[in-house]
Design a protein around this ligand. Structure first.
Ligand code: ARG
Length: 570
């Protein structure tokens, strides 16, 4: 924020645009060297003067209130006067519109997120997609876009033939109602075990799927039942994660929309036969062909994604299409987007796959086939139990400890995911994630709760000393405050928030915000240890209390952007 102001002042003296000046401005490694340094080398040519001369001239011309400039060789060193600028910054940081950007100009971003598969466990990949997608959804809204989320359920495909076959043989309604995912999974695993011995099961499964595609009553009834029981369980998870969707449109929604796509591909001369299947060749793009119609005449995942993208563009009026899906599907999306551009949709390059790395929980991986899975519900429960234990040790009298533990445990998982660059593979340790120390969600939540108690104490101290009136006066009329190093550092960091938001959105990287939020919490804790707040001398107290207030708001707000709650007490 301050650098931006400096850039605006320097710009007219140089003939460079403010953004260019901003890019050139350096932040010196040592505090003694000033707050910013502007190098004059690149100006030598355009101004036809030696850099040292230019630096001298700029330093003389640049005398604005709150900004002190001196030439040091070819550099202009700038020092901000904290006592002048701090009250201005504090007011700015606290204003209504602070931190809202207009990057998107209202453009519509459709975000494909979560998208688990019916009758299968909600995988870790689906968790990451949900958490990253929901964060991007909110960040895009903050940046002036209109976000639209879609849960693209995997509710179609040959596995439903297997599911029906297994259910008919070994399942019943009660067991699926009781524990839908686990029992569906058991049926699925059993199907694969028994099919190894008895191949007729596969034939039966294919037959059921064919019936389903042809709208057979019994097949449809069972399919609907599977979808409903799975959704009940997914919804419980979404509730805990605090996520909802603007649209839940599974793959089956596109069943009647694929014929037109296939015809269009044929009409545009893009379909070719290959081994009895129909494909779009992508040789020139150095990719394997994109499969459109299988040998047996059925459509497949990429066909559904083509229909989906066209629907999102034409019907949902998407200006930008994001797909938050694991990195292992990169080739698939690359193929789909390339086929769209071969179909001459000029919006094909508005489609973007937002991949992410793998995550393991304490070394355990996901595998739906063999039943060796980590159930998200269990992971969340374990995190909450750990959080409760820590809370009971730290604050045995806390009211509503269970609710706080839920917010802390679930928040720890979400934050533990989002603080990593999304492409990183994560080996998740619950112990580390739930810890109240280190770069964790609970650490940020704890800092936020600590500020609340500092603020409460500050209010009490004032009342005791009957200083309320004089404090309010000082708040309205900021006095000349002595701004300490740690409060100055914290305030500057708070004022830099918009730049971090912009970076997070441009890179589709919620970790930028998660890391920034940790930095703010750390900067607050340094401030809290070095400078008195609640019992500060009356001349500086109003400033420090306001600074603490704005910090708490920033922490809580950023946590909410990431999908994490901020309890008032912990
Ligand atoms: N259901 C898929 C899976 O679990 C993810 C779907 C992602 N979205 C999409 N439009 N293909 O692998």
């Amino acid at each position: 924020m301050l650098l931006k102001q400096a850039a605006t002042q320097i710009s007219p003296l140089t003939g460079l645009a403010p953004e260019e000046v901003l890019r050139l401005l350096e932040v010196p490694p040592q505090e003694e060297m000033g707050d910013a340094a502007f190098p004059c080398f690149t100006l030598a040519k355009s101004l036809r003067k030696a850099p040292v001369v230019i630096a001298g001239e700029i330093a003389v011309a640049l005398q604005t209130e709150g900004m002190d400039a001196t030439a040091a060789g070819p550099y202009v060193n700038i020092r901000f006067d904290r006592n002048v600028l701090a009250p201005q910054l504090l007011e700015e940081v606290g204003s209504e519109t602070f931190g809202k950007l207009q990057l998107g100009q209202g453009a519509r971003v459709v975000i494909d997120m979560s998208s688990p598969n019916i009758a299968k466990p909600f995988g870790i990949g689906h968790l990451r997609s949900t958490v990253i997608g929901a964060a991007l959804y909110r960040l895009y809204n903050e940046a002036g876009y209109t976000s639209i989320s879609v849960n693209h359920l995997g509710d179609w495909g040959t596995q439903f033939g297997k599911q029906i076959t297994a259910y008919k043989r070994w399942g019943n309604e009660e067991m699926l109602q009781a524990d839908p995912i686990r029992n569906s999974l058991e049926l699925y695993v059993r199907f694969h075990d028994e099919a190894e011995k008895d191949p007729s099961l596969e034939t039966e499964a294919r037959e059921w799927f064919r019936k389903l595609e042809q709208g057979d009553e019994e097949a449809k009834r069972l399919w609907t039942f599977f979808v409903n029981v799975s959704m009940q369980e997914f919804n419980r998870m979404y509730e805990r994660l605090n996520v909802d969707f603007d649209h839940t449109l599974g793959e089956s929604f596109y069943n009647d929309k694929m014929g037109a796509v296939v015809e269009e591909l044929r009409g545009k001369g893009l379909l070719e036969e290959s081994d009895g299947a129909l494909v779009v060749r992508l040789d020139e793009e150095n990719m394997p062909p994109c499969l459109i119609i299988k040998k047996d005449g059925t459509t497949i995942y990429p066909t559904r994604d083509l229909a989906t993208a066209i629907y999102r563009h034409d019907v949902m009026h998407a200006d930008k299409l994001l797909y938050v899906v694991g990195g292992e599907q990169s080739l698939h999306f690359h193929q789909v987007f390339t086929v769209l551009s071969k179909m001459e949709y000029d919006w094909a390059d508005h489609c973007e796959h937002i991949p992410f790395g793998l995550m393991r929980f304490e070394g355990r991986k996901m595998s739906t086939r063999r039943g060796k899975v980590v159930f998200l519900q269990e992971v969340l429960d374990e995190a909450v139990a750990r959080a409760l234990q820590i809370i009971q040790e730290k604050n045995p009298n806390l009211e509503q400890a269970e609710q706080v533990a839920e917010a802390v445990g679930v928040g720890a998982i979400i934050f533990g995911d989002l603080r990593n660059n999304r492409m990183n593979n994560i080996d998740f340790s619950l112990e580390d994630a739930v810890s109240f120390e280190g770069e964790t969600g609970p650490y940020v939540q704890y800092t936020h709760a600590r500020i609340q108690s500092v603020l409460a104490k500050a209010a009490n101290v004032s009342r005791d000393e009957q200083e309320m009136d004089s404090d309010t006066d000082q708040m309205n009329n900021p006095p000349v405050v002595i701004v300490g190093d740690t409060s100055w550092a914290l305030l500057k960091l708070l004022s830099d928030y918009p730049a971090y938001l912009e970076k997070a959105v441009l890179r589709n990287e919620p970790s930028v915000i998660a890391k920034y939020t940790i930095d703010v919490a750390q900067a607050f804790n340094r401030f809290y240890h070095a400078e008195r707040i609640a019992d500060a001398p009356s001349g500086v107290k109003a400033f420090r209390v306001k600074l603490a207030e704005h910090t708490a708001k920033r922490l809580a707000y950023n946590l909410s952007l990431l999908g994490v709650r901020a309890p008032e007490q912990m």
